[in-house]
Design a protein around this ligand. Structure first.
Ligand SMILES: *Cc1c(COP(=O)(O)O)cnc(C)c1O
Length: 394
């Protein structure tokens, strides 16, 4: 029989990971249970020694969590996956499992903010040193390699600029140096980019975003390319303790069933909205991998199956225009996060980064007119009308 790993992506989204149970359930139910009973003392001893396979305690293993993990491992083409309580728990567990005191990490400078501060402010206290470079130019990675570099951590497309890094080139550079490559694939989901195909060793996702897709769960995952890494990671996640709950695992697994069709719609809508914005007289520039004006448009076509659902753009009239747009858009909701079926809009200078001050914002490439959109699956024409309502008031 054909293994689920050899089916198309559409079929994998619906079926991958689902466990058979004694009742013939069509989906994997929620095993909302913290602990599993032993048949007798000898059975308990066998489970603990690893002599027999089975469930002991949910922080160690749980069928609902495992169903989700198997589905994501299959979608990414990895050996195994480990579901974590958030995307940040996944990044922390990955870095703290792989690296030792004295090791060095190279990380994309255009990276999710808390990933940067995790490395810069917390891992540094444990003797793990990091260098942040513009990984969209692979030369910068090459120049940052040091004898103690053990990990290159790339986010592509990067947050919030949507610059794209060449995974194949960076994987080769890392491997020639005996370092590992980890990729944050949150913005793409396994539908639009498969980092293992280009040589990545580890993938992380914030499940909170496209994989769950419905703005009702915070979660993360580490995907391992090699089975041989599994025991080490399983043990360290068990000891760090940041595991995903069974109920949240169930919700994400349910979300994944529609991942492929959602991603197609996110991409189609985003393409139309990016084209509308690029021709808009109030817009200075648009960053979207599906526009020929994107600096890595050719690389995007080579490495990604679609442009994704995220757009950044700059308003001509800066801070004031941004505030007016935020207060007058329709349908669009003002919120952080991304990847849900509902469209979100965010103006960092007047909202999330307002307290930072203009100078510090500029250092972090957050200009006054920068707006970030997470494109949902609503009607594209109505989304454009909803934006135009805001633009018309500027
Ligand atoms: C949201 C996000 C994270 C962190 O995920 P949480 O689930 O919020 O902890 C990491 N990387 C990227 C690219 C993200 O968008």
């Amino acid at each position: 029989m054909k293994s689920i790993r050899n089916f198309s992506f559409d079929t994998k989204c619906v079926h991958a990971g689902t466990k058979e149970d004694q009742y013939g359930s069509v989906i994997t139910p929620i095993y909302q249970v913290s602990t599993f009973k032993f048949k007798n003392a000898a059975h308990g001893a066998r489970l603990f020694s690893g002599e027999e396979d089975g469930y002991i305690y949910t922080r160690m293993r749980n069928p609902t969590i495992e169903a989700l993990e198997d589905s994501i491992a299959i979608l990414e083409g990895g050996a195994k996956a480990l579901a974590c309580s958030s995307g940040m728990a996944a990044s922390h567990t990955l870095i703290a499992t792989l690296l030792n005191n004295g090791d060095h990490v190279i990380c994309s400078e255009s990276v999710y903010g808390p990933t940067l501060t995790l490395l810069q402010n917390i891992m540094s206290r444990f003797g793990i040193e990091s260098t942040f470079v513009d990984t969209s130019n692979s030369e910068n990675v090459k120049n940052a390699l040091k004898p103690n570099t053990k990990l290159v951590f790339v986010e592509t497309p990067g947050n919030p600029t949507l610059v794209i890094s060449d995974l194949q080139q960076i994987a080769d550079l890392a491997h020639n140096h005996r370092a590992k490559l980890a990729v944050d694939n949150t913005f793409m989901s396994p539908v639009l980019q498969n980092p293992f195909k280009f040589g990545a060793d580890y993938i992380i996702h914030s499940l909170t975003k496209f994989l769950n897709g419905h703005a009702d769960v915070v979660g993360g995952v580490i995907v391992l390319k090699e089975q041989s890494d599994f025991e080490k990671f399983r043990k360290s996640l068990n000891q760090f303790g940041g595991v995903l709950e069974p109920f949240n695992s169930f919700l994400v697994h349910r979300g994944i069933k529609t991942l492929k069709i959602r991603m197609e719609r996110h991409c189609q809508n985003a393409q139309k909205i990016a084209e509308y914005l690029e021709s808009h007289k109030q817009v200075e520039w648009v960053s979207f991998p599906g526009l020929p004006s994107h600096p890595q448009y050719e690389l995007a076509k080579k490495q990604m199956y679609g442009p994704g659902g995220m757009i950044s753009f700059e308003l001509k009239n800066g801070l004031e225009a941004g505030k007016i747009l935020m207060d007058n858009v329709r349908i669009w909701q003002l919120a952080v996060s991304l990847g849900g079926v509902e469209s979100l809009i965010q103006h960092p200078a007047s909202m999330t980064h307002a307290s930072m001050g203009k100078e510090a914002r500029e250092k972090a490439s957050i200009t006054d007119g920068l707006v970030r959109l997470s494109i949902g699956i609503e009607d594209a024409g109505e989304l454009i009308e909803g934006l135009e309502e805001g633009f018309s008031k500027i």
